[in-house]
Design a protein around this ligand. Structure first.
Ligand code: HEM
Length: 141
């Protein structure tokens, strides 16, 4: 069975439709929301009002959206890690949002392969995890 799929037990009618819909919704509710900026993966679940389904910045989710954040653009062409040709101002704005929004508000849960591996797939020995000095896991509880 695929994850998240609701299946009836053989020979049984299964729960009533409304109950199944409610269950499905509750599963959706429980999914964490991730996005990456500069190869750093953040758990932005606490910003559901920005990133959740139907929310204004939902398009940034599930990918490295560095370019879009730098340019304040939701154009699909900008929803990429690629920073080629960004202006000084856009790069400054990117770092500002990276530090003062993402690193300040959301826990880091990982890194994209681009950030931790070389082009040939070997480990990048220069990789250093980001520090998140104003953020400790304790803040979550
Ligand atoms: C009419 C255009 C826009 C308006 C009026 C607007 C307004 C806002 C406001 C008021 C906030 C702060 C909300 C809060 O902290 O409570 C915000 C946050 C943000 N905006 Fe926009 N915005 C616009 C367009 C965009 C676009 C096109 C992007 C594309 C990337 C963008 C990216 C963001 C991001 C990343 C945040 C931070 C969300 C967070 O705290 O996680 N905005 N915007």
């Amino acid at each position: 069975a695929r994850a998240g799929q609701i299946r009836r037990a053989p020979g049984r009618a299964g729960p009533p439709l409304l109950l199944r819909m409610y269950w499905w919704l509750s599963l959706q509710e429980g999914q964490p929301i991730y996005l990456a900026v500069k190869g750093v993966v953040f758990d932005v679940t606490s910003g559901k009002e920005f990133y959740g389904k139907g929310a204004p910045y939902n398009a940034l989710v599930g990918k490295d959206s560095t370019r879009g954040v730098a340019k304040m653009s939701l154009d699909p062409a900008d929803l990429t890690h690629d920073t080629t040709g960004l202006t000084e101002e856009e790069l400054k704005s990117l770092d500002d949002i990276f530090n003062n929004v993402y690193k300040a508000k959301y826990p880091i849960v990982g890194y994209t392969s681009r950030r931790i591996l070389n082009e040939d797939g070997s480990p990048n020995l220069d990789f250093k995890p980001e520090d998140q000095p104003h953020f400790s896991i304790k803040d979550e509880f």
